[in-house]
Design a binder for this molecule. Structure first.
Ligand code: GLU
Length: 299
């Protein structure tokens, strides 16, 4: 395997059965990696244990297999990678980038005049140390007052000034759990992932992840965010709110639907082909240039 081989991945959170939005990410990441002659890995993001639904990971993997996806290598389970995350935290600690934070969510919200979708920008209350009597809860990383930009394969140039737009963010939560932002960069780097294809809801997390990769001296992958699948009312489909339906139970050809969602023009003779054949078509014919850079409704 040459150094330039594309390595893509699909990283579902097992909080319920695979829903259409996740399937779009699976189809997009799979076709783009395979089209480039690359590898495609699967990682189960079962780090957030309170949200993990027992049996959901097995169900997701079963669905992927039944639809004809073949992954390379061993499946990575985030719940087994705690030591790697702690090592990364130590590396950041040694660079003086981490600090303990005593603030509760309520306190942070109270200090924010206009909290954004992801919560307010952290006002930096504990940045210079905890005041007397305050107990450490979470661990935050100090972000620099500069822009982290990248060129997304679908959405084009995207960037954020981390200090102004996000603020120092949490890497270890009050319950001891490592944050998604850290786990994802540590895992992608450890698996040699150099092409991250996922839903556009994570576009706004990417500058944080690039900052973490830079701080950990890890290579930055290529990013490609896929048009987000929303409910008819514009709300985000979530596996937690009961919106999920098992793609296999739906009856209609869900791979066809996912390819069409990604702007692909399926040849007429393949429109009624089984999922496995449609995926095989995607492996050789998927056209990245046709993916629409939109947030939209699919139902
Ligand atoms: N686990 C995340 C999800 O299911 C995806 C994370 C990623 O692709 O970076 O939404």
């Amino acid at each position: 395997m040459g150094k330039s081989t594309v390595t893509g991945r699909f990283a579902p959170s097992p909080t319920g059965p695979l829903h259409f939005g996740s399937l779009v990410a699976a189809v997009g990441s799979y076709c783009l990696a395979r089209r480039a002659g690359g590898r495609w890995l699967v990682r189960i993001e079962d780090l957030d244990t309170p949200r993990v639904v027992p049996g959901a990971a097995a169900e997701i993997l079963f669905t992927l297999e039944a639809l004809g996806f073949c992954w390379d290598g061993e499946i990575v389970w985030q719940s087994r990678r705690h030591d790697a995350y702690l090592a990364a935290l130590e590396q950041l600690q040694n660079k003086g980038l981490l600090y303990d934070c005593a603030c509760s969510r309520k306190e942070i919200l109270a200090s924010a005049p206009h909290p954004g979708e992801e919560g307010p920008v952290y006002p930096g209350t504990c940045r210079q140390g905890l005041s007397a009597g305050r107990l450490p809860r979470a661990v935050r990383v100090r972000v620099p007052d500069r822009r982290f930009s990248f060129t997304d394969g679908v959405f084009g140039q995207y960037g954020q000034n981390l200090a102004a737009d996000v603020g120092d963010f949490i890497l270890r939560r009050a319950d001891g759990m490592v944050a998604y932002q850290l786990a994802v960069v540590v895992d992608d780097a450890a698996s040699g992932v150099n092409q991250v294809v996922r839903g556009a809801d994570l576009l706004g997390s990417t500058p944080r992840q690039i900052f973490l990769l830079n701080s950990l001296d890890l290579p930055v992958p290529a990013y490609l965010h896929l048009p987000l699948v929303l409910n008819a009312d514009g709300s985000k489909i979530s596996k937690r709110n009961g919106e999920s339906d098992n793609p296999l139970a739906g009856g209609d050809n869900i791979i066809k639907k996912a390819l069409e969602w990604l702007g692909q023009e399926i040849p007429a003779e393949l429109r009624t082909a089984p999922p496995v054949e449609l995926l095989a078509w995607g492996e050789s014919c998927f056209d990245v240039g046709r993916i629409p850079a939109i947030y939209g409704n699919c139902r």
